[in-house]
Design a protein around this ligand. Structure first.
Ligand SMILES: *Cc1c(COP(=O)(O)O)cnc(C)c1O
Length: 392
């Protein structure tokens, strides 16, 4: 398996065939597994014998999904979780203790920010937020008791890029655990372990499922960093359901094909928006005009499936634009085969004051597109007619 390419690993990694010799992987929808003898049961319980025991601990479908994802990320080990948030939370609590300090980028997924700023303090863990693209600030934020650095790149929702190699070197120098949420890029576009990440986490709900069906997540990384996460999951019950794992593992087989199309559609939409008179500015990591293009094109194979833009006219025009769309979905998800438009100022980030929104670069007219797999002409046509309609 060692020398195989990403596409081949994604398709050919699977759990051993059963005696039915099925070609596609069967679904092992079972809570527990039987022992051939009292001795075998005792041996598996003690960890002296290999074997499945109970699906909160392990299951062929969840193991297959975690193992395949860790191979695709270029990591040693992996464990599946019930959702992306379970992956975020568990990677924190499995590694942190009272008195520890976390450095995280300020523009991150809202619930991840909530865990860092509201839940970790209850455990006596402090934090510093820094601008994701400010290398000097990252270096300055590391303290004696810093245990973990947390990065999301590209960031949500403003699509800024972290210099993953710089932050990796910083973590190595200070012996700090380096955690990257790779949800927006997927392992096909970016493999943070190459830049020194100890742990890479995913919301598999997004591009990995890619069809808006199931929740799921995963933590992959070095054996040493993943092991405490697995121990925590099997005891506290954040395990992924076998059914969702089966769906997600099948989805990984087509990830590369879908990502190529997400990215080419996103680039075409970004180019269209760049020339439109109603658009103030466009943010897309794959555009040469993107402020951090030198870094994004070094770390990411393509620009990704998300595009941000600033509509002239602020909040009112932002909401009017969403209402004027015919085809694009208004929904709280991303990474779907269906294109989605969101207006963070009035929805996902509406709990922040307007000053707080501006501090994380969420301007009143900011729209985030998750560009799907429909024909690009139809996507652009819908966006164009909506922009024309609100101009009047
Ligand atoms: C959606 C998302 C999560 C949370 O994942 P769930 O599967 O919804 O729990 C975490 N990080 C990022 C960047 C996300 O987009």
């Amino acid at each position: 398996m060692k020398n195989q390419q990403f596409e081949t690993l994604a398709i050919r990694t699977q759990c051993p065939r059963s005696d039915q010799k099925e070609h596609s992987v069967p679904l092992f929808l079972t809570s527990s597994f039987v022992f051939d003898s009292a001795e075998e049961g005792a041996g598996i319980f003690k960890g002296e014998l290999e074997g499945n025991l109970y699906s909160r601990f392990s299951n062929p479908n969840t193991d297959e999904f975690a193992q395949k994802l860790s191979l695709l990320e270029g990591c040693e080990a992996g464990v599946a979780t019930a959702s992306g948030m379970a992956a975020v939370y568990i990677s924190f609590v499995a590694h942190l203790q009272q008195g520890d300090h976390v450095v995280a980028s300020s523009a991150i997924f809202g619930n991840s920010r909530y865990i860092i700023s509201q839940i970790l303090p209850k455990m006596g863990v402090t934090h510093t937020f820094v601008e994701v693209d400010d290398n000097t600030a990252w270096a300055a934020a590391i303290q004696k008791n810093t245990k973990l650095v947390y990065v999301e790149s590209p960031s949500n929702p403003t699509l800024k890029t972290a210099d993953l190699a710089f932050i990796g070197a910083l973590c190595k120098m200070h012996d700090v655990l380096y955690l990257v949420d790779n949800c927006f890029a997927s392992p096909y576009l970016q493999q943070p372990a190459k830049f020194g990440a100890d742990l890479v986490i995913h919301s598999a709900t997004k591009f990995i499922d890619g069809q808006g069906r199931v929740l799921g997540g995963a933590i992959v990384g070095t054996k040493e960093a993943v092991e405490p996460c697995y121990a925590f999951i099997r005891r506290t019950g954040a395990s992924l359901s076998p059914f969702n794992a089966w769906v997600l593992s099948k989805s990984l087989e087509t990830l590369h094909v879908r990502m190529d199309r997400h990215c080419s559609n996103a680039l075409a939409l970004a180019e269209f928006l760049s020339t439109h008179p109603s658009i103030e500015k466009v943010i897309y990591p794959g555009l040469e005009s993107y402020p951090q293009y030198a870094i994004s094109s070094k770390q990411m194979k393509l620009g990704g499936g998300l595009v941000g833009c600033e509509i002239k006219g602020g909040t009112a025009k932002g909401s009017a634009f969403l209402n004027a769309l015919n085809m694009l979905s208004l929904t709280a998800n991303l990474g779907d085969s269906r294109s989605i438009a969101t207006h963070p100022a009035s929805t996902t980030h509406s709990k922040l004051s307007s000053e707080e929104q501006l501090a994380v670069d969420i301007t009143p007219g900011f729209i985030r597109f998750s560009v799907g797999l429909e024909h690009i002409d139809d996507i652009i046509q819908d966006v164009d007619q909506a922009l024309n309609l609100i101009k009047a």
